[in-house]
Design a binder for this molecule. Structure first.
Ligand SMILES: Nc1nc2c(c(=O)[nH]1)N[C@H]1C(S)=C(S)[C@@H](COP(=O)(O)O)O[C@H]1N2
Ligand SMILES: [Mo]
Length: 387
């Protein structure tokens, strides 16, 4: 028996011409690719905005207004990322016959081709990683060892960088593709046309958004089947970290709980009754979780600035908020001076007119406008004025 030669094997590998769907081609790829590009840019910008809230550089002054800004940018992030998933799959389908292009001959042509394909490989890998890790983050499942936030941020730069290179290299082809009509003559009436594939991609993308956006957009909540947190936590608000998960389920209910407010040498200790006897304010403010959901609620409590004043803090001084939490991250957060100054920033005692549930941070939790959910610290027991 004769062993197959390289030429035999090569003959069995399909060539781009062997894929006969006429729907494929630059007209489709350029259109789906452009939509995908818009999604990626929106996703990148809103994602970086969120990372900036975590590690705030000196030039950025976090402001409590607009109240809903973080909620909107976070919602756009999840929506544009979700919309990108079907578009990316259709785009991959439209170009994958090109995987079978035979290598060019000649060192120079080979090098150019290797660079072009290498950059696409990096873009693909980075895009798939971003969409997959983002989706798992929305589901709240972290099947990896690395830090989600830092890795998602680092790979985002790789994705956007390789996207820019890709657009620059392909600009002539993109132009040409956008100039070609979507309508075409189809020999086989049963075969998918460019138009049907394009419309299919748009419908799939729109459907993906409808099915998930309800976790952010209230009026979509009822039709968002994949909306991962339908919001049936206690008092009508979803929960991220439970009291048991934070190790506060015993300590939070202890009547000996006190809020300690410290500024340098001065300190004040208040029971929950004493807090409740102070002038209260009520505001409607959102919780906007980086894991994709957001929800507004009515909060009642003591403005943080009034508490800071008890220890003689100068108005507009930062406050570090500490909690009873013993397990896991996000047990404390910093509130910058101009957010403290906003009268709506408060230590909440009530949610939607009821005593705060322990899952929502009883005895007291921080709530401030235009703030990522992870920094809305629950089970607060300490305010450190950071002079
Ligand atoms: N102490 C503490 N507070 C916390 C957290 C935490 O892990 N520990 N998680 C935060 C996150 S990620 C979100 S989105 C909100 C959720 O608030 P809720 O459970 O009150 O709706 O609480 C925040 N407060
Ligand atoms: Mo969160």
């Amino acid at each position: 028996m004769r062993l197959p030669t390289v030429a035999d094997i090569e003959r069995r590998i399909p060539r781009p011409e062997d894929f006969d769907s006429r729907a494929r081609g630059t007209a489709l790829t350029a259109r789906v690719g452009s939509l995908l590009g818009v999604c990626f840019v929106v996703c990148f910008a809103t994602g970086m905005w969120s990372h900036l809230q975590y590690a705030t550089p000196g030039w950025l002054t976090l402001s409590p207004r607009p109240t809903q800004l973080y909620r909107v940018t976070q919602g756009l992030h999840v929506i544009s990322g979700t919309a990108a998933i079907p578009l990316l799959l259709v785009k991959l389908w439209s170009v994958y016959p090109r995987l079978f292009i035979r290598p060019a001959r000649g060192a120079r042509a080979l090098l150019v081709e290797a660079l072009e394909r290498g950059s696409i490989a990096v873009l693909m890998a980075a895009s798939l990683f971003m969409l997959a890790s983002g989706t798992l983050n929305i589901i709240g499942w972290y099947p990896w060892e690395f830090s989600f936030r830092r890795t998602h941020e680092a790979v985002a730069w790789v994705a956007i960088g390789s996207l820019l290179v890709h657009i620059a290299v392909k600009l002539p082809v993109i132009r040409q593709g956008l100039g070609e009509p979507v309508a075409e003559k189809q020999a086989d009436p049963a075969a998918p046309t460019r138009r049907s594939v394009l419309h299919g991609a748009l419908v799939a993308s729109g459907l993906a958004v409808l099915l998930t956006a309800g976790q952010t957009v209230p009026w979509l909540r009822r039709i968002s089947a994949f909306s991962v947190r339908p919001g049936d936590g206690p008092q009508g608000l979803p929960i991220n970290r439970t009291a048991a998960g934070a190790g506060t389920d015993q300590t939070a209910m202890d009547p000996a709980w006190r809020l300690v407010i410290v500024a340098g040498e001065r300190s004040v200790s208040l029971s929950r009754e004493q807090l409740a006897a102070m002038p209260q304010s009520t505001h409607r403010l959102p919780i906007a979780c980086v894991e994709g959901w957001s929800r507004s609620a009515t909060w009642t409590g003591v403005p943080l600035r009034d508490l800071a004043a008890l220890v003689g803090a100068a108005p507009g001084t930062d406050i570090v908020v500490g909690s009873l939490q013993t397990k896991g991250a996000f047990g404390s957060s910093r509130v910058v001076g101009n957010v403290v100054r906003d009268g709506r920033t408060m230590l909440a005692l009530e949610l939607n007119g009821q005593t705060l549930d322990v899952e929502h941070g009883y005895p007291a939790r921080l709530i401030a406008p235009n703030r990522p959910g992870v920094f809305q610290t629950k089970w607060v027991n300490r305010l450190q004025v950071d002079a």
